[in-house]
Design a protein around this ligand. Structure first.
Ligand SMILES: NC(=O)c1ccc[n+]([C@@H]2O[C@H](COP(=O)([O-])OP(=O)(O)OC[C@H]3O[C@@H](n4cnc5c(N)ncnc54)[C@H](OP(=O)(O)O)[C@@H]3O)[C@@H](O)[C@H]2O)c1
Length: 239
């Protein structure tokens, strides 16, 4: 069996994406100044989902554009994690193909759990050195593009990640959808319109040109709570 076949066969984590979206399908304003617009209930929902995940994953621009730590949040959610049979604090995984992630980002100021960075051969030696100084491990997975299948097998094999929660942004989500690695999409639809042709959306990357290429999803659940809709989509059972 060659290394490609081994990667195909190796166990992957269950991958779920959680995003808040406006009624016009945006995840931030066009100038990226506003990206947090859900209710307090939506924030609680995010922390509850984190409490079911071994690791939280985010793209470089999400991590270095807002002051977030990707952690489990207050004590009640850390207790919930323990009750769910997980480590008290989730692992944190950041994707930065060129290594452009800001080593001064807020996330690195919070050392409660390991921070892992996935990158590629495009990252210069100098950038790798900077990131290695702030992360617990920097993993090069691919020369130009990240091989997420290989990266996720590594996360499962080396770090015991069975459930991986991706929190965007659109660039990272897009790569995971394309690689066929997303098992569920949790979407909070917020009653707002941001407009703006260049405002980011759930999956921002190379577009599918034909209907036949579109990624099919099935609705798993759909609930109105307060003034928001909480929806869960899943990958069709056979794909
Ligand atoms: N509403 C919500 O729920 C929500 C959630 C998250 C984020 N957001 C917002 O979304 C915006 C960020 O989204 P975004 O799409 O610009 O950024 P992003 O996905 O967070 O990060 C993009 C960066 O991540 C790395 N990356 C992503 N996919 C990659 C791949 N396939 N291979 C290699 N590297 C990859 C690259 O880093 P390098 O440049 O280093 O190569 C890329 O520039 C922000 O405004 C954020 O606040 C909203």
């Amino acid at each position: 069996m060659n290394s490609n076949q081994k990667t195909q066969k190796a166990k992957l984590p269950f991958v779920f994406v959680n995003m808040a979206m406006t009624a016009d399908g945006k995840i931030a304003t066009a100038n990226r100044a506003v990206s947090s617009f859900g209710s307090a209930r939506d924030h609680e929902h995010l922390l509850k989902l984190r409490a079911t995940a071994d690791a939280v994953l985010a793209g470089a621009r999400t991590v270095d554009s807002v002051a977030i730590n990707l952690g489990p949040g207050p004590a009640k959610f850390r207790r919930l994690r323990l009750k769910n049979g997980l480590m008290e604090n989730n692992l944190r995984v950041i994707v930065s193909g060129s290594g452009s992630l800001d080593p001064n980002a807020e996330v690195f100021q919070h050392r409660f759990s390991p921070i892992l960075i996935l990158t590629t051969g495009r990252a210069s030696k100098a950038r790798l050195r900077q990131l290695r100084a702030v992360a617990d491990e920097v993993k090069v997975c691919g020369r130009q593009e990240i091989n997420f299948r290989e990266a996720f097998c590594w996360l499962r094999g080396k770090w015991g990640v069975k459930r991986l929660l991706c929190e965007g942004g659109g660039g990272l989500n897009d790569a995971l959808f394309r690689a066929g690695l997303v098992d569920e999409l949790h979407l909070t639809i917020c009653p707002k319109i941001f407009g703006g042709r260049n405002a980011p959306a759930i999956a921002d990357g190379r577009d599918f040109r034909r209907l036949a290429e579109a990624l099919p999803l099935q609705i798993k659940s759909f609930k109105r709570i307060g003034n928001e809709v909480f929806a869960v989509f899943r990958r069709p059972l056979r794909q």
